[in-house]
Design a protein around this ligand. Structure first.
Ligand SMILES: Nc1ncnc2c1ncn2[C@@H]1O[C@H](COP(=O)(O)OP(=O)(O)O)[C@@H](O)[C@H]1O
Ligand SMILES: O=C(CO)[C@@H](O)[C@H](O)COP(=O)(O)O
Length: 490
């Protein structure tokens, strides 16, 4: 048995995986609160994750817990967990979806010599989502915490630290800091200097580790609290997208995954770094020794959930209403920039609903346009991937949104590609468990995943030629409407 833990944005999930039976033995989840402000603040307390994690694990069957041989941790990327020398978390965690650091991004980019230079040297532009600007923000806004800062950790690294006592960062998640030279897989000293020229930041960056070996073993006190055997090994884990790549089998070039979670992501596997000179695709490393070019939009289930909650509908009612509304939502267009946006780079963006008149103003169209907007937001990524020579002939779907049949078909139709869905929707938690199994077993990763992952044929979708033609038009219309938001919120 292997335990996968996923620290998502909206919830913590635990998944018990039975390797001998190639099946998920049990899952549990616990919702997480989010501290939001109109200025773009999006924060969580690291302690909330631990409370939720303990609640999740305690709900897994005891016999299964006792049989665990390894643990892997997945986590929302980029959040800054500032750790002090006495192991204390020094401040609330600014998350990947926090957009308050636009000014710091500008300052760092300027100090480094401009956006193009950042992309060329480090692989990525410095964007508010990434960790680099959050470190500079900490210095300017929470100076006492910054002075006491001993180690920079990311959300999943912090859980690894809590589990094992080890302060390390693995390459995949580290590449999302904006501070890693993603080709050489080492901290970029000039970028660290651009973040703070007055402090030797290399001293607070943890040692970097690869995914092939465990980072340590469970501390006895933690094993006892979680009801797990002593001496269980913990793999490096990784960012949730890196772990979802494992959980959906996107570990071989040519494969591509779409994740519909709080954010929407589109990512592929590559054997060399993919650096997009336009900066649309993030040049991340994978958590399996390769690279993981990725496009991320910040508002996926954010848009559907806000609309659904405003209309006071259940998930089932939303599904029915969207299925009943026509393709293109009768001209209603949602620009889903409710939390600001990364793609396009619009940190001060706001959500807009356009195209309404007295014939189309209905719950179904509002919900359908919110769902469509998440898919349109990723569609531009396909062009960016082909510009960067990443070919794709089908998509693997994961994340909470992939539970919706109408959303799955929409992805196939908008992308004009077949969509494959795994039996398990929790790609990130599953990937974390399978990474732990891979490290423990010593088997080849691709063979292990081929033997373990199973497709749910009943939920796979083929694109419909008629709908694809219709969506091409609606996608063009969406892009024209999005231009307006660029003018309004830049
Ligand atoms: N049947 C469904 N239809 C649409 N959205 C769904 C469905 N089931 C779950 N979701 C949405 O998926 C989201 C959670 O997705 P998840 O991938 O777990 O997010 P995260 O990892 O960012 O916390 C929730 O907002 C939830 O409403
Ligand atoms: O910032 C990114 C990727 O760069 C996000 O994908 C986060 O990693 C959050 O993921 P979810 O909570 O939406 O799964």
């Amino acid at each position: 048995m292997y335990l996968g833990i996923d620290i998502g944005t909206q919830s913590v999930k635990a998944l018990l995986y039975d390797l001998d039976r190639a099946t998920v033995h049990a899952t549990s989840s616990e919702p997480l609160p989010l501290r939001s402000d109109r200025d773009g603040t999006r924060e969580q307390e690291a302690s909330w994750w631990i409370v939720a994690l303990e609640a999740c694990v305690s709900r897994l069957p005891e016999a299964g817990r006792k049989a665990i041989r390894g643990v892997g941790v997945s986590g929302q990327q980029h959040g800054l967990v500032p750790l002090g020398s006495a192991d204390q978390v020094l401040a609330p965690v600014k998350l990947w979806c926090d957009t308050t650091t636009e000014q710091q991004c500008g300052e760092i980019t300027h100090a480094f010599g401009g956006r193009e230079r950042c992309i060329k040297s480090v692989g990525n532009a410095i964007l508010p989502g990434y960790t680099a600007s959050k470190i500079r923000w900490l210095k300017q806004h929470r100076p006492a915490a910054y002075d006491a800062l001993a180690t920079v950790l990311l959300p999943h690294d912090y859980i690894n630290f809590w589990l094992t006592g080890e302060r390390v960062m693995e390459y995949g998640d580290a590449s999302g800091t904006g501070l890693l030279d993603i080709r050489k897989r080492e901290w970029h000293s000039k970028m660290l200097q651009a973040v703070d020229s007055e402090r030797a930041l290399a001293e607070v960056m943890p040692p970097l580790v690869g995914a092939e070996s465990p980072i340590g073993r469970l501390r006895n006190s933690v094993a006892e609290r979680l009801g797990l055997p002593a001496d269980v090994s913990v793999s490096s884990g990784g960012g949730d997208n890196m772990m979802a790549a494992i959980g959906t089998g996107t570990v071989v070039a040519g494969r591509m995954t779409v994740s519909l979670g709080t954010s929407a992501t589109l990512f592929s596997s590559a054997q060399q770094a993919v650096i997009d000179s336009a900066g649309d695709i993030a040049a991340f490393c994978s958590s399996t020794g390769d690279w993981l070019p990725l496009l991320c939009t910040m508002n996926c289930t954010v848009a559907t959930e806000l609309t659904r909650n405003a209309l006071n509908l259940s998930l089932e009612e939303m599904e029915e209403a969207v299925a009943a509304a026509p393709v293109g939502a009768e001209g209603v267009v949602t620009l889903p920039f409710f939390n600001g946006e990364r793609t396009p780079d619009l940190p001060r963006g706001k959500g807009c609903v356009l195209g309404l008149d007295d014939t189309n103003y209905s719950a179904g169209n509002l919900l359908r346009s919110a769902m469509e907007s998440a898919v349109y937001g990723l569609r531009s990524g396909l062009d960016a991937f082909s510009r960067n020579h990443c070919r794709v002939d089908s998509l693997r779907l994961t994340g909470g949104g992939s539970i919706s049949a109408v959303w799955r078909q929409m992805v196939a139709d908008v992308f004009n590609l077949p969509v494959t869905v795994q039996t398990c929707d929790e790609g990130a938690a599953l990937g974390a468990a399978l990474q732990a199994a891979w490290v423990d077993s010593g088997d080849g990763l691709v063979d292990l995943l081929d033997a373990q992952l199973s497709v749910d044929e009943s939920r796979c979708c083929l694109p419909s030629p008629q709908r694809t033609v219709a969506y091409n038009e609606h996608y063009d219309s969406y892009r024209r409407h999005a231009e307006v938001a660029l003018q309004l919120y830049t």
